[in-house]
Write a new protein. Structure first.
Ligand code: NI
Length: 430
């Protein structure tokens, strides 16, 4: 049996029962075999990994991002969403090619793996390139092609997304799954959304959509259809009988919140992107207390401007406290759950996001020998309020070690930095 035994390690299983414990983690193939004390005698054949000064966590799940936007990191800041998109981002994106997207995706995956993110959900274009990069880098990926129809090109894009599913759904040892990606209410029509829904059901795929992100979007949808974005989607039947990942859900009424909860929609909360674009603060405490399913995402690197899920956890834990003047909201344990176990459910990933027997061996080890992590009374608190992405020491996805002692094992870090840097500088001059 090939695998690893992480010995005598402090771990946060995120299994809904134990906050943290100390023991061994046995991994074989792509799964966690068992956790517990003194497993060494039972599994003599597994390669030993010392847990000394380490903290084991399930890998973080970034529920909403756009990998290729790493090339536009820091290119345009401090603008309103529509102006930012229309005058800065869209004109540059028009010049992107497949090779750019491949290297930008590699850069995003390098950053995510080095920061402890082991799975992500993405919506963009040239997605075959992102899929190729995910297959090579070893990360887990949930990919969709952004589907817009207002320029008349909707049918071709839908066909591309279906083709992406044919080529990649369940591929790369099952690490890659595909969803259809209706972009947003303001870039689609009811007829087009119905076509997307029909295609999703025909091929058994989930949907990934931007939903109720800004006041401007919801104002526009109200003007056109006399209801909010979530209500409009409900009227079209988007949430009925299939998995839906909805990013943002910032501007929603109490009735719409109830629709999201009742339909089991997975909400990707992107606090830093929402703050940076001044979109507002999503009603996450209400969604959670109503039983809603909420994960965390960074959104693209041009509205964040990094893909650091530890920062995202910290922002999530703090923003709701500050806005509601209530320090008991979004405690560390709940935020860590959102970033791992709940996030995996939001992204439609089965048996992922928790350290327990039978779950996917997507694991990270943090290095605790750091001034800012000393002393440690509560590991859960540290993960949300004190850990930095650079504290991630070792990363496994699907039982395969992708980083050891911060050294990348599956990809050539220097080459990615060189190619992505060069292409970014070229892109903004095209
Ligand atoms: Ni987005």
């Amino acid at each position: 049996m090939k695998g690893y035994l992480i010995e005598n390690v402090t771990m946060i299983p995120v299994d809904g029962r134990v906050s943290w414990t100390v023991g061994d983690i046995a991994v074989a193939g792509d799964r966690i075999l068992e956790t517990g004390e003194g497993l060494g005698a039972k599994y003599p054949e597994l390669a030993r990994v010392s847990g000394k000064d380490r903290l084991a966590l399930p890998g973080l799940v970034n529920c909403h991002t756009h990998c290729a936007m790493t090339l536009l990191r820091g290119y345009a800041d401090d603008l309103p969403l529509m102006e930012w998109l229309e005058t800065k981002i869209f004109p540059r994106e028009a010049h992107l090619n497949g090779e750019d997207v491949y290297w930008a995706s590699m850069l995003a995956m390098l950053e995510m793996i080095k920061g402890g993110t082991t799975a992500f959900a993405d919506m963009y274009y040239f997605m075959e390139e992102t899929a190729k990069a995910a297959a090579e880098s070893g990360i887990r990926a949930v990919l969709s092609r952004g589907l817009t129809c207002t320029d008349g090109g909707g049918a071709g894009r839908l066909e591309e997304n279906v083709e992406l599913a044919r080529n990649w759904h369940g591929k790369a040892e099952g690490r890659i799954t595909v969803m259809l990606g209706p972009h947003a209410p303001y870039t689609t029509t009811a007829d087009y959304l119905k076509e997307v829904i029909a295609a999703a059901d025909e091929h058994g795929l989930g949907l990934h959509i931007h939903l109720s992100e800004t006041q401007a979007e919801v104002g526009q949808i109200r003007e056109r259809y006399g209801m909010g974005s979530v209500e409009w989607m409900e009227s079209i039947g988007l949430f009925e009988g299939r998995h839906v990942l909805a990013a943002h859900c910032v501007v929603i009424s109490p009735e719409e919140r109830e629709i999201l909860v009742q339909r089991g929609v997975g909400v990707a909360h992107n606090p830093q992107s929402n703050l940076k674009l001044a979109s507002g603060v999503a009603p996450v405490p209400e969604l959670l207390s109503a039983g809603g399913l909420v994960g965390l995402g960074t959104d693209g690197a041009s509205s964040n401007n990094d893909l650091d899920m530890f920062e995202e956890m910290r922002a999530c834990a703090m923003i709701h406290k500050g806005v509601r003047l209530d320090p008991t909201l979004l405690p560390a344990s709940q935020v860590l759950d959102m970033a791992t176990r709940q996030g995996a459910r939001v992204a439609g990933l089965d048996r992922t996001g928790s350290i327990q027997a039978g779950y996917k061996a997507d694991l990270i080890l943090l290095n605790l020998r750091k001034p800012h992590l000393t002393p440690m009374y509560d590991p859960v608190s540290h993960c949300v309020y004190a850990v930095h992405a650079e504290d991630v020491d070792t990363v496994w996805v699907d039982g395969k070690m992708l980083m050891k002692g911060r050294e990348m094992l599956a990809v050539d870090e220097e080459k990615i930095l060189y190619e992505a840097g060069r292409r970014g500088n070229d892109l903004i001059r095209r």
